[in-house]
Write a protein that binds this ligand. Structure first.
Ligand code: SF4
Length: 478
């Protein structure tokens, strides 16, 4: 079928019939629900980019597997150039949509499976890699989007999966049948699960002997029987439903919890089943890649924040104020160091035995730690420059009210030559960039908790070389 246009992508989602709940009610029409549509539009931008002559060369590549042009979001990197392109695309996309475009998590799963299924087959003579390659061809031929089902709900964090009072706290196999496996559990923070065609499920953590039932990886369409998507609340979510005060006119992010209520997974879609010692590898490859992905998209989001801060300076008449310029410089510095770290993780990538390239995990984790702190600082600086109306601007409906609208327009006017409507729109965008919880919490927890980023950094760093360097200088020989 080849590359889909954005219109074909939206049409392809209409053919799916997922079970969805939001705000206590069943959602029958996902695509036309304004809250969900704003997220679908953000993923749709990855399809639109492939149609755009200006960016097509960056986002479209040729698949060695199917010998056809494909969207890079379905391309496990086979070179340093591919690794670098991931970051550049993410920055461009982040700048274009100003929020999460929800297509990288699936790509990060494809990469993790590409490397790990190869390694499992080498050890056990299993068929996982052949199945995975068949699935990858299906994704590439049909230009599909996948979502990552990684984070389990986890129950009591002090207990391992097999010791939980409720064994369903971690997704696991409840039955092995001739036609496949039956799984039960729930995956949370499923960014854009309804903007995707497929869910790729991986274990959420390293496992031990005795936890074979939890060592499971597979892919399944988002509307498979037994799957229930429950859309999570976020701070500004009813704005799209109300149809006003959205800030970002086109795009947003949502993240359901998906319940797997005894879902049958055909064997052809099973990529790990019982080989517990490879759960850690899947988690490590996925999370390192996703942490690198963030470095691109969040740098792009800071670009939007810088643009918003500079525009507000112009609208407020503070564009010559020195300390405001300094704050914008501090924001730009944060975007570029984040981007640089993510690019460096790509340039230092290495080929794995599977042929897929893996980024440098130390640099990828350094990038993510940097993001967790510095996105908050960039947000603070943007709000500082913009002013207090980021928090309590009257609604668009008040501006349209014939009794109070003219008064509001009079009193919220900034510099004379800028229409008050533009100033109001920019305050709204800044509110969305700063306070959309579905997006801002991912700066901290996306790709794992900050503690996980730090532990990985310590574990993956070449500490002996650093110790030897210090001892050599001090004249210590041992
Ligand atoms: Fe992609 Fe994650 Fe960034 Fe969303 S937050 S755009 S899924 S890297």
């Amino acid at each position: 079928m080849g590359l889909m246009t954005k219109a074909e992508y939206v049409a392809s989602l209409r053919k799916l019939k997922p079970t969805v709940y939001m705000f206590g009610e069943k959602v029958e029409n996902v695509v036309d629900n304004p809250r969900l549509r704003a997220g679908i539009e953000a993923t749709g931008a990855t399809y639109a980019l492939a149609e755009d002559p200006e960016h097509r060369d960056l986002i479209v590549t040729r698949s060695a597997l199917i010998d056809e042009p494909i969207n890079r979001f379905n391309n496990p990197p086979a070179s340093i150039e591919d690794l670098v392109a991931r970051v550049k695309i993410n920055r461009l996309m982040g700048r274009r949509v100003g929020t999460c475009f929800q297509r990288c998590t699936g790509q990060d799963c494809l990469v993790a499976l590409s490397v790990t299924t190869y390694d499992v087959d080498r050890k056990y003579g299993t068929q996982y890699n052949r199945r995975f390659i068949d699935f990858l061809k299906h994704m590439q031929r049909n230009d599909l989007t996948a979502n990552a089902g990684v984070t389990d709900v986890k129950g009591d964090r002090s207990l391992s999966p097999k010791d939980q009072a409720d064994p369903d706290a971690y997704l696991h196999v409840v039955e092995r049948r001739e036609d496949g496996i039956v799984v039960r559990g729930a995956k949370c923070h499923q960014t854009g699960s309804l903007s995707a065609h497929e869910i790729i499920v991986l274990p959420t953590r390293a496992l031990r002997k005795g936890e074979e039932a939890f060592a499971v990886a597979f892919a399944i369409p988002i509307d498979a029987p037994g799957m229930i998507h429950v859309v999570g609340r976020s701070s500004l979510d009813t704005r799209e439903i109300d149809g006003c005060d959205c800030g970002n006119r086109m795009y947003s992010k949502y993240a359901p919890t998906i319940i797997f209520n005894d879902v049958l997974i055909p064997w052809e879609r099973v990529f790990l089943c019982g080989e517990w010692e490879f759960a850690a590898d899947l988690v490590a490859y996925f999370s390192a890649f996703h942490r690198q992905s963030h470095g691109g998209c969040k740098a792009g989001k800071i670009d939007c924040m810088v643009g918003a801060a500079l525009t507000m300076m112009e609208y407020n008449g503070t564009d010559k104020v020195g300390h405001h310029k300094e704050k914008v410089i501090d924001m730009i510095h944060r975007a570029e160091t984040l981007y640089g770290c993510s690019l460096a993780a790509s340039y230092e990538g290495k080929r794995t035995p599977s042929g897929t390239y893996f980024i440098d995990p130390v640099l990828a984790n350094a990038s993510k730690i940097h993001e967790g702190r510095e996105m908050a600082e960039a947000t603070r600086l943007m709000i500082d420059v913009a002013g207090g109306f980021v928090s309590d601007l009257p609604s668009d409906t008040d501006f349209e009210n014939p009794d109070i609208g003219p008064l509001l327009k009079k009193y919220l006017k900034g510099v004379a030559q800028v229409p008050v409507e533009n100033r109001v729109k920019m305050f709204r965008l800044i509110e969305k960039l700063a306070m959309e919880s579905a997006d801002t919490v991912s700066d901290i927890h996306g790709g794992g908790s900050p503690a996980a980023h730090r532990l990985t950094l310590f574990r993956e760093s070449d500490l002996p070389t650093k110790i030897r360097a210090a001892k050599r200088l001090a004249g210590i020989e041992d």
